[in-house]
Design a protein around this ligand. Structure first.
Ligand SMILES: Cc1cc2nc3c(=O)[nH]c(=O)nc-3n(C[C@H](O)[C@H](O)[C@H](O)COP(=O)(O)OP(=O)(O)OC[C@H]3O[C@@H](n4cnc5c(N)ncnc54)[C@H](O)[C@@H]3O)c2cc1C
Length: 535
């Protein structure tokens, strides 16, 4: 006997869960099937060493949309997000440091350059104004390119006009800056404002995080902007920590989805989407069970869906051939470490918890350093001097580690998604993990001795464990040709695929990666409308 639902969602990542909750709210009968043993996708908390728990993949929160938090009553379902006491800490090679955050950034910058400090407010205002306008576009499908003249194309024209009106809320200078941010490199953009290397680095890090590119690569400024959309507890541009780790977010989302009647089954991987007479009609699981539904919604990377799960012949050849060129590979290496004590930095010594220990600790003192890291990774597979952001969430959350001990997330940028000459990541995991620990040790001597245990995830591990093709944390590079109306492809920015009844709701759709809930929210709206129309 096969079971039948209104909608079947492949994957219980946070977007799949958000989509399930909204579809449930709309009165639809929803089933979510997840390949892993736990819900949450890349936003999970796991015990990686006895007594030590951490957000093993995504590790910090800001982009999670406030409407999603409200609509799903995530706080009511147990989610509590706290702010870091400082935003970023960047130690330099010459023993100085920058400590940014609410009320302290301009003064911190002044110790490096009076000119940069004088420019900071105008820089921050420009990014805030532009992020404000784009933030409005996050919770709706971008204008979709459709062919011919019909009711649908007319609707899309109206949406384009609405978009134009929104952008006109920016004055002409801001519109020019918006173009800069879409097209320029982060270095070009930051050079306009700042002269000091550490100052440019503390802002430029956001342009290379999850972006396998140099800060001198055109288009990298957009990734910087993408990381500015967020807020924590109503404070814009702030990053925070979910008590209990990122898994607390997805556990709350799963509870919300179940409240609205969604059924969620784990250890239930999908082998194939059932397509009948050109329409998606359900899925076949790895164990051979078939589940039928009026609509199938994929939370997975678009390439995983179209190359592996949709049967041969169901897609237009031109679409499939373009999808095979969908760029995936954020070049990231993720480590979780258990620590016996907090690190003491040469630039700011002391093992006692300071505000800097709660910050995003950026180990990459200049844009030139980041550029070299990228060059190295392309030539040798990883950078000899890697870029690392370290976060020590146990300084804000005592549920993660035994008393007195700590857990840290090391998010290491610029390792090649695939190693050159057919070499496997399985043969280099430990060597690269040692390099990452040694890199932290260079800024905080004694760090290496404080590591009790570690778990390293190469790009290959991210693909195998989480289904992230090429280890891409965003389900596809956030480059100009893969964002907004082109995510995942021109003509399919409306969450609908070329197969009738088959939709996408993951980070491979607008507005892209990060724990935002926005793709799940937007997809649910489109699917609900389509299913109502079919009725
Ligand atoms: C290492 C790392 C660090 C990151 N850091 C941050 C951060 O600090 N802050 C932030 O905001 N974002 C961060 N991100 C990005 C963010 O986590 C992702 O963009 C986001 O979680 C993706 O959510 P999703 O729901 O779209 O997809 P996913 O979380 O990828 O969920 C997809 C789900 O589909 C499941 N699945 C795959 N194949 C199948 C199948 N055949 N059948 C059934 N289920 C299947 C997967 O197991 C997974 O659970 C990070 C990501 C990574 C990997």
């Amino acid at each position: 006997m096969t079971e039948t639902y209104d909608t079947l969602i492949i994957g219980a990542g946070h977007n799949g869960l958000v989509c399930a909750a909204y579809l449930g709210m709309a009165g639809l009968k929803v089933k979510v099937v997840e390949r892993r043993a736990a819900v949450g996708g890349a936003a999970v908390t796991e015990e990686f060493h006895p007594g030590f728990r951490n957000s093993v993949a995504a590790y910090t929160v800001s982009l999670l949309n406030p409407k999603v938090i409200r609509d799903l009553d995530l706080a009511g379902h147990g989610l509590k997000i706290v702010e870091r006491r400082a935003l970023n800490f960047l130690p330099t090679d010459d023993g100085r440091y920058l400590l940014t955050g609410e009320g302290r950034t301009r003064q911190a910058i002044a110790s490096f350059s009076a000119r940069d400090a004088a420019n900071y407010d105008a820089f921050s205002d420009e990014l805030t104004d532009i992020a404000d306008v784009l933030r409005d576009l996050v919770l709706q499908a971008p204008p979709n390119l459709v062919q011919g003249w019909n009711a649908r194309s007319f609707r899309e024209m109206l949406r384009l006009a609405t978009l134009g009106r929104r952008l006109r809320r920016l004055d002409i200078e801001r519109q020019r800056a918006l173009l800069d941010l879409f097209a320029q490199s982060a270095a070009d953009y930051l050079d306009r404002w700042f002269e000091s290397d550490p100052v440019k680095a503390v802002f430029g890090f956001d342009a290379v995080v999850g972006n396998y590119a140099s800060p001198y690569t055109p288009g990298s400024a957009y990734v910087l902007l993408h990381h500015c959309f967020g807020e924590v507890n109503g404070k814009k541009g702030v990053w925070g920590h979910a008590i209990g780790g990122m898994g607390a977010i997805t556990q709350a989302m799963a509870k919300a989805a179940r409240t609205y009647g969604a059924e969620i089954e784990t250890r239930a991987g999908v082998r194939e989407v059932i397509v009948e007479k050109g329409r998606a009609a359900g899925v076949v699981l790895d164990d051979g069970r078939a589940i039928r539904a009026r609509a199938v919604v994929a939370n997975v990377n678009p390439r995983l869906l179209f190359e592996r799960l949709v049967p041969d012949g169901a897609l237009p050849p031109a679409f499939l051939s373009r999808m095979k060129r969908w760029k995936c590979g954020s070049g990231t290496f993720r480590m979780n470490v258990a620590l016996s004590e907090l690190p003491s930095f040469t630039a700011l010594p002391g093992h006692d918890a300071g505000d800097h220990h709660t910050a995003g600790i950026i180990l990459a003192p200049s844009l030139g350093y980041m550029d070299r890291a990228y060059d190295d990774a392309r030539k040798y597979g990883w950078s000899r001097e890697p870029i690392i952001e370290m976060l020590i969430p146990s300084t804000l959350d005592d549920t993660l580690a035994p008393k007195g001990a700590h857990v840290a997330s090391l998010f290491c940028q610029h390792v090649a998604p695939q190693l050159p000459d057919g070499v496997s990541w399985d043969d280099h995991r430990d060597e690269v993990a040692d390099l990452m620990i040694a890199t932290v040790d260079r800024f905080a001597p004694g760090f290496k001795q404080s590591v009790i245990a570690r778990k390293a995830l190469t790009p290959l591990d991210l693909e195998r464990d989480f289904g992230l093709i090429g280890g891409d944390i965003f389900h596809g590079v956030m480059s100009l040709d893969q964002i907004f109306s082109a995510r995942p492809m021109l003509g399919h920015a409306d969450y609908r695929s070329p197969v009738a009844g088959l939709y996408l709701c993951g980070s491979g759709t607008h507005p892209g990666g990060g724990v935002t809930g926005a793709p799940g929210h937007n997809a649910a709206k489109v699917i609900t409308g389509d299913l109502r129309a079919r009725r």
